[in-house]
Design a protein around this ligand. Structure first.
Ligand code: ASP
Length: 333
C-alpha cells in the first residue's frame, strides 16, 4: 500500500522563475506572459499546506526562453543557502521550454542531498484543466519524500518523476510533454505518495564558475548542409557541440573544418536524434563517428546535444583542462 507523505512540520522552499505555470493573459497584449507570484501559485493548490509548511520566493519572473546560465548559477547559490538554513526540500517552478536544461545544469552544480525538484506547466494558470497546481503539489510531495534525498535533481510533471540528467521535453503542447526516452521515469507520485522505482549513481558536482561564462554553441547537421556556420568559429566560441546525424555522422565536407576546430577548441560529438548514444567504432566512412573521434572530437556518449553543451560549458567555466573534459563525458553516469 502507498502511504502519502504528510507532515506539515516539514519545510519546503518554492523558488519561482516564471514560465507558463505563472502566466495569465495581460491587458497589454493578446497573449499570455508571466504575471503570477509564488504566493499566487501556492494559493491555487488545494491541500498543499497539509503536505508541508511552504515558503515561497519570487526568484525570477521570466519565460523559460529568457533564462540564462548565470540565473542558474545564482539559483544554485540560493539552493546551497536554503540547505544550510535547514529546509527539508526545495521546489523550483519555471518555464518548460528550458526546464530540461536548467534542471540538468543545476544537477551538475548542486552538491546537496536535500531534494531539489523542478516543475512547470504546459497550460496557463487560467486555462481549462490547468496542470500547474497538480504539478506543484506533486513536486512538493516529492521534495519532502525520504526517497528523493540524495537522488539528484528531479523533474516532476504529470505525476511522473524524472531524473534531470535524462528528462526531455518531447511535445510542444501536450500536458504529458516530458519523458525520459532512454530510461523512462524514475518513479511516480500516486495518491500523494512518492514511489521511486530505481536510483541513479551520484554525480560529482562541478565547481561553480567564478569568472565570465564561456560561450558554447551547437551546430546541427542537416542534409547537404554546407557547414558554413563552422567557419571561423574558433574565434567566436570557447567550445562547440555538433548535433550530428544518427549515431554521430556529418557530411564529409565538414571533416577537415571540424578537425581544425578540434585542434583549437573542444568539439563534442553528439547526436541530433535525442535518444540513444553516439557510437565509437561501427562506421568508418569520412564523417562517420570513428572518423570524427580520430580527428579529435570528444564523444558526448548518451548525452543529447543540449545537455552536452551544458556539461562542456560547466567544465570550461571551471577551467577544466581538455583531458578532464573528455573524462567528464566518458564517465558521465
Ligand atoms: N511554454 C513554456 C512553458 O511551458 C513557456 C516558457 O518556457 O516560459 O512554460
Amino acid at each position: 500500500m502507498l502511504l502519502a507523505d504528510r507532515d506539515p512540520n516539514r519545510t519546503v522552499l518554492v523558488l519561482t522563475l516564471g514560465g507558463t505555470i505563472a502566466m495569465t493573459r495581460t491587458a497589454a497584449s493578446s497573449g499570455v506572459a508571466p504575471t503570477l507570484t509564488g504566493a499566487d501559485l501556492v494559493r491555487a493548490v488545494p491541500g498543499l499546506h497539509s503536505v508541508a509548511t511552504v515558503t515561497v520566493e519570487d526568484f525570477r519572473q521570466m519565460p523559460g526562453a529568457s533564462l540564462a546560465i548565470s540565473d542558474i548559477v545564482a539559483l544554485v547559490d540560493r539552493l546551497k543557502r536554503a540547505v544550510s538554513e535547514g529546509v527539508d526540500g526545495i521546489v523550483v517552478t519555471q518555464g518548460t521550454d528550458t526546464l530540461e536544461e536548467t534542471a540538468y545544469l543545476t544537477d551538475l552544480y548542486y552538491p546537496g542531498s536535500t531534494p531539489v525538484v523542478f516543475t512547470g506547466a504546459m497550460r496557463t494558470a487560467e486555462a481549462a484543466g490547468a496542470d500547474g497546481p497538480a504539478n506543484l503539489l506533486a513536486a512538493v510531495q516529492t521534495a519532502v519524500s525520504a526517497q528523493a534525498r540524495g537522488a539528484g535533481v528531479l523533474v516532476v510533471l504529470g505525476d511522473e518523476i524524472h531524473a534531470a540528467r535524462h528528462v526531455r521535453k518531447m511535445h510542444t503542447t501536450s500536458p504529458g510533454a516530458f519523458g525520459s526516452p532512454d530510461i523512462g521515469p524514475l518513479g511516480h507520485v500516486v495518491e500523494g505518495a512518492v514511489r521511486l522505482h530505481r536510483a541513479l549513481s551520484v554525480m560529482a558536482p562541478v565547481p561553480l564558475p567564478t569568472g565570465a561564462l564561456p560561450q558554447v554553441e551547437i551546430v546541427t547537421a542537416s542534409l547537404d548542409s554546407s557547414g558554413t556556420l563552422l567557419e571561423g568559429l574558433e574565434n567566436k566560441v570557447a567550445g562547440l557541440v555538433v548535433a550530428a546525424f544518427g549515431a554521430g555522422h556529418v557530411p564529409r565536407t565538414w571533416c577537415s573544418r571540424l578537425e581544425a576546430l578540434a585542434k583549437a577548441i573542444p568539439v563534442v560529438l553528439a547526436s541530433r536524434i535525442g535518444t540513444g548514444p553516439v557510437l565509437a567504432s561501427t562506421y568508418a566512412f569520412p564523417g562517420s563517428e570513428s572518423d570524427l573521434l580520430a580527428r579529435g572530437l570528444i564523444s558526448a556518449g548518451a548525452l543529447d546535444a543540449y545537455k552536452a553543451r551544458l556539461l562542456l560549458t560547466a567544465h570550461l567555466a571551471a577551467g577544466s583542462p581538455r583531458y578532464e573534459i573528455a573524462e567528464a563525458f566518458l564517465h558521465h553516469p
